[in-house]
Write a protein that binds this ligand. Structure first.
Ligand code: MG
Length: 262
């Protein structure tokens, strides 16, 4: 599990350099697939329920499951990249929202609060706590800052299948659902809208967008339940266990969003 997840986060880290004005998400998708196959792994999303690409590339008001395209990125965009791989029978899953060039301060704040919400959710990954404690912590942080948590898509267990039980919603009352036990691995992936929570899916059958057109951010980590607390499998070792910062409008962290399908 750690090897598969480390591969995903290393690829996402390489893709950051391609997230610049003028680049296209189609090019980023090609590179992601090349890096995946070069490592002896397979893209986890491509072909999953018919999803056609290696990455989900969700721009601006797109929440999750966006299709890579030939539309050039422009300064001020935010791009969520969600990616999974299968390596030696195990899945890794991680997502991050990145700034394209310099972004508005209010946009950077959306990314920051979403990353923090993921951190608060991860902090609940302790033996004996319950699954809904995670979503409760995420929701509390998001709503305290005036943003909305998406309900239609959720996090999930991950292992020898991309999506395993339990579902991990990003909202709800605490103290509900299965107890967390050592060895479980959960993909925790808050999707946070600047405006209202409602989303709809475009006619392509995949791309989820905010109904009110507001921006949306998505960060995801795959986290093992360990005796010592949360073991984030999708952290780069060079971060030394600390989380990267948002600097000059560039989100440097990996995140994910959860979709019951991805
Ligand atoms: Mg996921």
């Amino acid at each position: 599990m750690r090897r598969a997840n480390q591969l995903v986060v290393r690829i996402l880290d390489e893709l950051r350099a391609l997230v610049v004005p003028g680049a296209t998400t189609q090019e980023i998708d090609w590179r992601a697939e090349q890096l995946t196959r070069d490592a002896g792994a397979e893209p986890a999303f491509k072909g999953y329920r018919g999803f056609p690409y290696t990455i989900c590339a969700s721009l601006n008001e797109q929440v999750v499951h966006g299709f890579p395209s030939d539309r050039a990125l422009v300064q001020g965009d935010i791009l969520s990249i969600d990616m999974g791989v299968r390596l030696d029978g195990y899945y890794g899953d991680c997502a991050v929202t990145l700034a394209v060039g310099r972004i508005a301060p209010e946009t950077a704040r959306l990314l920051q609060i979403t990353r923090e919400a993921l951190d608060y959710g991860i902090a609940q990954v302790q033996i004996g706590r319950r699954v809904s404690d995670i979503g409760h912590a995420v929701q509390a942080h998001v709503e305290a800052h005036g943003y909305s948590v998406v309900r239609e898509f959720v996090g999930h267990g991950v292992g020898t299948r991309l999506h395993e039980e339990p579902q991990v919603p990003n909202y709800g009352l605490p103290g509900r659902g299965p107890r967390l036990a050592a060895g479980m691995v959960l993909a925790i992936e808050p999707m946070v809208n600047m405006g209202k929570a409602a989303v709809r899916v475009l006619r392509d059958g995949w791309t989820a967008v905010t109904v009110d057109g507001s921006l949306s951010a998505h960060f995801e980590h795959s986290v093992a339940v360990a005796a010592t607390g949360p073991d984030i499998l999708t952290l780069l070792p060079e971060t030394n266990g600390t989380r990267p910062h948002v600097e000059h409008g560039t989100a440097l962290d990996a995140i994910s969003a959860v979709d019951p399908r991805l």
